[in-house]
Design a protein around this ligand. Structure first.
Ligand SMILES: Nc1ncnc2c1ncn2[C@@H]1O[C@H](COP(=O)(O)OP(=O)(O)OP(=O)(O)O)[C@@H](O)[C@H]1O
Length: 296
């Protein structure tokens, strides 16, 4: 898969504050790529640099293998801050103005209104919109000119649960049309639910990068009790799919490699003449996985 964006060794200092340190990453075409990190971890700074709003202190980046100029710029739609729409003008009029600024054809407007679910409200003044509708209008505006890539900074910030669900669905629908989406978020569950790829940032340093399913993999803990714990322990600790094992009172606690489950443990024990008296699976929370990644 080709990369839409490649970043090499990007750093940014604001005076004595190091906002980004030697960041390198690749965004594959067609991915929904999440930049995940707590407040102040350098997400907005990264997006600002690759959109040419901020100047890097060091490092380079390429969009489609090229610098961020003319044609490349036109193939990227971005929302870095809440755009300023005119409160008394309708959604349609606001999009006309946005299209003129972007030199996008007005014929795009009905399609982006349809896509963002605003067609029925296209003649309503912007000031009458809910926050969720305002954010969808911002997405509609970013979609004018039919860009190949959308860059979004915290797209669900401040929205209520319905607004969050609408915007997340919309992002998935846009990606399903083959567009690449890069989004910054401090919300673990957002990245887990929406993104295909993730880069985890902390204090400007990349802590992990890759497929969401690998990075935020649900590594559950399997807990078992057996009548002969020593025999079970020596058997289980030599299994190739057991990542770690420890004992806590009568329980053996195991973490398994991806793709394996408690069934595999039960089967192995049984085949070796050990009948487990109890088997329990404890889900590891996303938060604890995230803390493990950033504390590594
Ligand atoms: N203009 C600036 N002047 C000084 N320091 C800045 C400036 N902009 C950002 N920073 C600092 O750089 C670091 C990274 O900030 P950045 O906004 O990129 O993080 P973020 O992950 O996007 O966080 P948030 O979600 O809060 O926006 C923070 O320590 C921040 O205080």
């Amino acid at each position: 898969m080709a990369n839409v964006l490649e970043i090499q060794g990007l750093s940014k200092n604001y005076g004595s504050v190091t906002a980004l340190q030697n960041l390198s990453l690749q965004v594959p075409q067609g991915s929904i790529y999440g930049l995940l990190g707590p407040n102040g971890s350098g997400k907005t700074t990264t997006l600002g640099i690759v959109l040419d709003v901020l100047k890097a202190s060091a490092g380079t980046f390429q969009w489609f293998g090229q610098p961020y100029t003319g044609t490349v710029k036109r193939s990227i739609g971005a929302i870095l801050e809440t755009p300023n729409f005119y409160p008394y003008l309708s959604a349609y009029k606001n999009l006309q103005i946005a299209a003129d600024i972007k030199k996008a054809p007005h014929s795009d407007i009905p399609q982006v209104l349809e896509m963002t679910g605003l067609a029925a409200r296209q003649n309503s003044p912007f000031r009458t919109f809910s926050l969720g509708m305002k954010q969808r209008l911002a997405l509609a505006s970013a979609l004018l000119g039919n860009p190949e890539v959308l860059v979004l900074d915290e797209p669900t910030n401040g929205l209520d649960p319905q607004g969050i669900a609408d915007v997340r669905n919309l992002i998935r629908n846009i990606a399903a049309q083959g567009k690449t989406i890069i989004l910054a978020s401090h919300l673990l569950d957002e990245v887990e639910k929406v993104c295909t790829h993730v880069a985890v940032l902390q204090k400007g340093i990349l802590k992990a990068e890759g497929n969401v399913s690998n990075i935020l993999a649900q590594q559950d803990q399997v807990l078992i009790t057996v009548p002969q714990p020593e025999k079970a322990l020596s058997l289980l600790q030599n299994l190739p799919f057991v990542e770690s094992i420890k004992t806590e009172r009568e329980w053996l606690q195991l973490v398994l490699k991806n793709g394996y489950s408690s069934t595999d443990i039960n089967k192995t024990l049984f085949e070796n003449g050990i009948v487990a008296s109890q088997i329990m699976v404890r889900k590891k929370s996303l938060e604890s996985q995230f803390l493990e990644i950033v504390n590594k």
